[in-house]
Design a protein around this ligand. Sequence first.
Ligand code: ADP
Ligand code: MG
Length: 327
Amino acid sequence: PQLANQIAAGEVVERPASVVKELVENSLDAGADHIEIEIEKGGSKLIRVRDNGSGIAEQELVLALSRHATSKITDLNDLEAICSLGFRGEALASISSVSRLTLTSKTAGQSAAWQASAEGRDMQVEVRPAAHPDGTSIEVLDLFFNTPARRKFLRTDKTEFGHIDELVKRLALSRYDVSWLLSHNGQQVRRLKAALTQDQRQKRVAALCGRVFADHAAFIENQYGDVKIWGWLVHPQACSAQLHCQYSYVNGRMMRDKLLNHAIRQAYGDTLAPDQQPAFVLYLELEPRQVDVNVHPAKHEVRFHQARLIHDFVVSALTDALTQLTP
Ligand code: ADP
Ligand code: MG
């Protein structure tokens, strides 16, 4: 299973930030509203994600670290088959095959916590008693220690941590109800309290997008039937190339959607000089059945069933908002 897991890991685990993404998504799936992320050496030494979610029951620990879907694949010729299958239910097994992974967890119903890790070529899972509050901690040490080719592709600690920080930023802008802690080499980099009121949300945006953004962004909100857009938009005069704040979400999921980007650009129109970039944090909300989010999950693309209508609504909502902004 180690080979199959490592092949799968090639898909799931590109760099430390991909590990953080998988772990945090699991924490969110488990209903956590507090997530702590500790990083050492850009993630190549340590990635630790702690949450206060539902936890994993003792009897499910082994399963959590095993691959279910494609465990029959044992040699590289099956690589193509794996690629077409996609990977679900195997992020932990994959990460565990290219690192030293320890999972510690406690459910509210259990009186004690348990810890599990998979060892050796056959990825035998060992379970032992441990101490841990309700929730889960996953510790990933020495990422890619046994796949030197991959380890060689890691960039500097600073660059790898930059990717992690960017990911945390995106996640924190999608889940205001969650409190986040991020540290690097023992130093706290981000501490975000749960932001439930409008004022608190605004503060989080300011903390994440920076002073210039905060000083020049205005809150906007508009609705047409079941389609709603809200968020923050920066006045064109304050938009510079250095601002670097372009975040859009569709039904809570971070997107880099062509249609949406086109609509945003069109709304700014020729108010922007060629070297200026729009700056925004925008949330589009519509009925789930009006949008297909699984077109290109990795590319963050969606398909709107009423694409024309959505596009035009966004253009007109943002154009309206921009005319009312002051620099
Ligand atoms: P997937 O998320 O696709 O099911 P993973 O390999 O990421 O696959 O996780 C395997 C399983 O382990 C999850 O389905 C979940 O049951 C459990 N799990 C992983 N992380 C956590 C967590 N932080 N809290 C609770 N359960 C978790
Ligand atoms: Mg997962």
